[in-house]
Ligand binder design. Structure first.
Ligand code: HPA
Length: 280
């Protein structure tokens, strides 16, 4: 059975009580950093890092390349919260655990969430190293953190119309142009992992309208939308998906490409957070 409404609320309250002992910032914008993309959090000014392992009820991160910290700091004077080391379903966590941090965000007062991830390119026009604005998603994880008792003010029938905010997308497109960083735009197809897809599954994802495949992001977005948090997303295309790529995939390749695009990615994320954060 899913934990009860009151148990989750109590856990979130206790997590926040611990976090509040270390931070007094009131960020309105947050970013979740994907595989190999976590270094951005270290570029925040006046930062305070809280190890997620120390936060009561926070699920423990176990993946190589994922450091588990909530990082609070500033960008040009703007308060920002960054999640360094996301919680993945494939680590063995439940889907509500994967999205737990977004319930913390909602209670802390976050109004806009930028989700990022490493993803495989399904659209044949993409190349490893491309950055893609997430236009929409396909929840091929077939799991939903909102299942179970309704945790008010979340709602049972959360609307997914324009789940990724149109105005945020436009702002990100303008930032890409201003910085001279070409951006793709497409649909994220999320499966549970931890295996990469077969070539046939990638063909299916393509036929269904997917442009990139990943093993994350969707659960967090579902809770964010249920709490009225605006969502924007960037996928880092770290490899072409199976079958499109002519070689076998490896986690090392994913982290290597993420590392190669680090400067471009960080420059973009910084501008996005400043622009969207000032509008939040
Ligand atoms: N598939 C799923 N998830 C991924 C991939 C992929 O090819 N690359 C990075 N994350």
């Amino acid at each position: 059975m899913a934990p009860s409404d009151s148990a989750i609320k109590k856990n979130v309250r206790e997590s926040i009580k611990y976090i509040r002992k270390s931070i007094s910032l009131e960020p309105k914008i947050a970013v979740i950093l994907g595989s190999g993309l976590g270094d951005f959090a270290d570029s925040l000014e006046d930062k305070i890092k809280i190890a997620t392992a120390d936060i009561p009820h926070y699920p423990k991160s176990t993946v190589e390349g994922h450091r588990g910290f909530l990082v609070f700091g500033k960008l040009n004077g703007l308060s920002v919260m960054a999640v360094q080391g996301r919680t993945h379903y494939y680590e063995g966590h439940s889907i509500p655990e994967v999205a737990y941090v977004v319930r913390i965000m909602a209670e802390i007062g976050i109004k806009t969430l930028l989700v990022t991830n490493a993803a495989g390119g399904v659209n044949p026009l993409f190349k490893p190293g491309d950055l893609m604005i997430i236009d929409d998603h396909i929840n091929f994880m077939f799991r939903n953190p909102l299942r179970g008792p309704v945790i008010e003010p979340e709602t049972r029938w959360t609307d997914m119309y324009q789940a990724y905010d149109r105005k945020c997308i436009q702002t990100i497109e303008e930032i890409g142009l201003a910085l001279g960083i070409p951006l793709r735009k497409g649909v994220l197809f999320a499966s549970t992992g931890p295996t990469y897809e077969t070539a046939s599954e990638v063909k299916m994802a393509q036929k269904m309208g997917g442009d990139a495949v990943s093993m994350s992001t969707v659960p967090e977005v579902l809770i964010a939308r249920s709490r009225g948090i605006k969502v924007a997303g960037i996928s880092c295309i770290t490899n072409m998906a199976t079958g499109i790529s002519k070689t076998a995939l490896s986690h090392r390749e994913v982290t290597e490409i993420a590392n190669q695009v680090k400067d471009k990615f960080q420059k973009l994320i910084r501008e996005i957070l400043i622009k969207l954060g000032n509008a939040a």
